[in-house]
Ligand binder design. Sequence first.
Ligand SMILES: Cc1cc2nc3c(=O)[nH]c(=O)nc-3n(C[C@H](O)[C@H](O)[C@H](O)COP(=O)(O)OP(=O)(O)OC[C@H]3O[C@@H](n4cnc5c(N)ncnc54)[C@H](O)[C@@H]3O)c2cc1C
Length: 385
Amino acid sequence: MSFDFLIVGAGFAGSVLAERIASQLGKTCLVVERRNHIGGNAYDHHDRAGVLVHDYGPHYFRTNSQRIVDYLSQFTEWHPVEYKILSWTHGRFWQFPINLNTFEELIGRPSTTEEMEAQLAEWRVKIANPKNSEEVIVSQVGWKLYEMFFQNYTRKQWQRDARQLDPSVCGRIPIRTNRDDRYLSEKFQALPKNGYTSMFQKILSHPKIDVWLNTDYREVRQHVRFGHLIFTGPIDEYFDHCFGRLPYRSLRFEPETLPQEYFQPAMQVNYPNDHDFTRIVEIKHARGQKLPSTTIVREYPQNFGPGHEPYYPIPAPDAKALYSKYAERAALEKNVGFVGRLATYRYYNMDQIVGMALAEFNRLRISRQYQVSVAQPSMLSPAFL
Ligand SMILES: Cc1cc2nc3c(=O)[nH]c(=O)nc-3n(C[C@H](O)[C@H](O)[C@H](O)COP(=O)(O)OP(=O)(O)OC[C@H]3O[C@@H](n4cnc5c(N)ncnc54)[C@H](O)[C@@H]3O)c2cc1C
């Protein structure tokens, strides 16, 4: 068996590259995926209650890039969503991310942007260049709001204090003094109309793309001939962990279907200070599916180890230093591209991964720095999709 490209992983990174290479360069691609489905962490499916659930945590698609919307729109229509979430603490729900409504809830009366800004100016801790996640938040809203909403949530999620984590971890949560109560600020916020998996099926349905599920790269690398490799799995695994294992944070998802239309007042409720789980997601809110039952998912942060998926690279200096060793080694590999969040050991949103894959494709196309397999395969066509 021989293919021009062997692509490891059928998430956004691997699937977008396979689609571009097959449709624009006319080259053959074998995509191997060790899970039993395509879509990577964005995979979704209809559960027994009929709810379109996200198996690996809620995936809220959003972007400011029209180019990425245009690219993906070839494979899906969209269901616009304004993602709204709440936080539960001190015995009640609060609007989150912090905005003027949260401030009013806190002081127990109507207020204004001017009053909120004046109050935050008093509460803020003066830090010119915040160097970690704790400093980022206290320099914007002070200790009280930090302790209510961020301190323990971050500890639960990362098993590290916010002051041990990069500014970007808490810094990406907006803080607003107006009434904009959307979770996210990007211009385009929507879910694929028929779900992510359906979109991925279209991305990968090209005659020059074969997809083998339940297949680990390590099992096929000796048996399949290929010219160029695109690797979207964990970079330390590619090098047999020669410098040690990169640390990750993992998650356990606990779904529960309930015989009622809705369980909670919003799509996502954060639990910064109560319970062992960080959040309960009721994704049905996002699509407005009309069903008599609902499914909620409790999300428990876990240590990463055998049997656990590597979800979040640890955004801290020690982990980054270890990654740099692998990155240096990767730069010496010939005819291999390392693309995606596991291969570059960094948390990215889906749109950023699509952007990364499109950029890698352009680099390949322009530089033509890829080997093409010598013999053309008699293509297998396993009905995996
Ligand atoms: C809990 C959670 C919530 C998230 N929510 C959002 C969100 O709301 N919005 C957003 O934009 N982004 C979100 N993300 C980020 C999003 O999941 C990623 O941006 C995206 O999935 C990255 O795509 P990828 O292709 O790089 O990686 P993945 O989706 O992880 O795909 C990599 C694939 O490679 C496969 N693989 C690895 N090693 C091998 C091997 N040796 N052989 C064969 N196959 C292999 C894996 O099984 C996996 O399917 C979230 C992530 C998590 C963990």
